[in-house]
Design a protein around this ligand. Sequence first.
Ligand code: GLA
Length: 376
Amino acid sequence: MKHRIISLIMPLILLGTGASAQGLKDAARNRFLVGVCVEGNEIYERRPQAEALITRHFNSIVPGNCMKHQFIHPERDRYNWRDADQTVRYGRERGMAVIGHCLVWHSQVSPWMFVDEAGKEVTRDTLIQRLHDHIHTVVSRYRGLVHGWDVINEAINDDGSLRETPYLRIIGPEYFEMAFRFAHEADPDVELYYNDYSMALPAKREAVCRLVRDLRAKGCRIDAVGMQSHLGLTYPDLADYEESIRALSDCGVNVMVTELDVSVLPNPWDFQGADVNQNFEYSERMNPYTAGLPDSVYQQLETRYLNLFDIYRRNADRITRVTFWGFDDGSSWLNGFPIHGRTNYPLLFDRQLQPKPVVEKIVRLLEDRKGKKKRR
Ligand code: GLA
């Protein structure tokens, strides 16, 4: 109820201040959903100021952690539904498309998944059974409530080869098909996605296209590919990035931007991935903006976001959703990755939970009628 009152009053307050009453989601209407990754602060409404802005700007959410195997299925015979249920409730109450993230991932998976009681690696049949049970149990619980699932996350290396995960080692490449089939059996109406980072790389883009074609040839449902889009001010090359949007869509699936953020911090190793197991050493040189973001760097961030949204607008017939990986800079995972303890500024809302000026500029860019489309 509270959020309804806020969303009724908010436009009036904003009109009084001269700011546009349009949220990002309204400006992107008829093009794509605009989503945000949520954690406890959001789903339990701990920050009323953020709550009003989330309701105003976003029409889709994805949980940052609570649906990952490690959290939702911590022990073999025990599921932990509390935060996942609340995420779904929070989104449904606000008419938001709730995205499930993620069913199969080599990271943040409970260690019990791959070993028996004696600590020995499980057999292929056992792992298939466990995969089946996990996917069926989780997807069935939210049947009809969740808009789409990231079925498999990050299973392809940057060079296009298959990532050596326990699923690949124990089951073999058939696990891709099995995971998509199990999810479809558990909810025949829900959308199913493959999600990965560094998708501007040609080898990775081609491998994901092959995967899509292969799954389709085997009769599996796959609706979209998620390009995570953990980007920097200078990488990747935007022409490559746009080429991936087009190439993936030409494979016959929708494209989604699933984990958008733009790091403003130095990246001397040319590190572009999002492999959460990689970390580098801290130094002050690598953390230059602890006292605030200089305006010159903010301008680069703004330009980067406007260029990205120009690409999204141009390719709106191929893109069904753009989701940010977090609401505010203070909560971003990029303060801890790939180096712990830095101060990053990668999102649209600052540490005081205020919208950066770029929000209004994106709204105006999207309000421009060019590139409007009917949703597929
Ligand atoms: C990857 C995963 C996300 C999240 C981020 C880091 O991109 O897909 O779930 O863990 O890493 O926050």
